[in-house]
Design a protein. Structure first.
Length: 89
């Protein structure tokens, strides 16, 4: 049973600003945040210089995703954030 994270932007120095190219720490923090474990998510990234940037870049999206009740709502919410060219391709 596969799962994937919704559309988010990386804040790590290697892939800063690139969509979906999250580090393992970013992905783990994002999953925790979306599941309502916001403080645990922040704790995961606290050790990285760029950790807070991840939350700043993705704040609106993370909040929106965390309010979704199921995967269908996540997919619908994600469509709001995907650039038009990615939706067409």
């Amino acid at each position: 049973m596969g799962r994937c994270l919704p559309y988010l932007l990386a804040a790590n120095p290697t892939n800063f600003g690139k969509p979906t190219l999250l580090s393992t720490a970013e992905a783990f923090a994002a999953a925790l945040y979306i599941l309502g474990e916001k403080e645990a998510a922040r704790e995961i990234l606290r050790g990285f210089k760029w950790g807070e940037s991840f939350f700043q870049l993705n704040q609106h999206m993370l909040e929106h995703y965390s309010q979704c009740r199921n995967s269908q709502e996540i997919v619908e919410a994600q469509r709001e954030f995907l650039p038009k060219k990615e939706m067409e391709g």
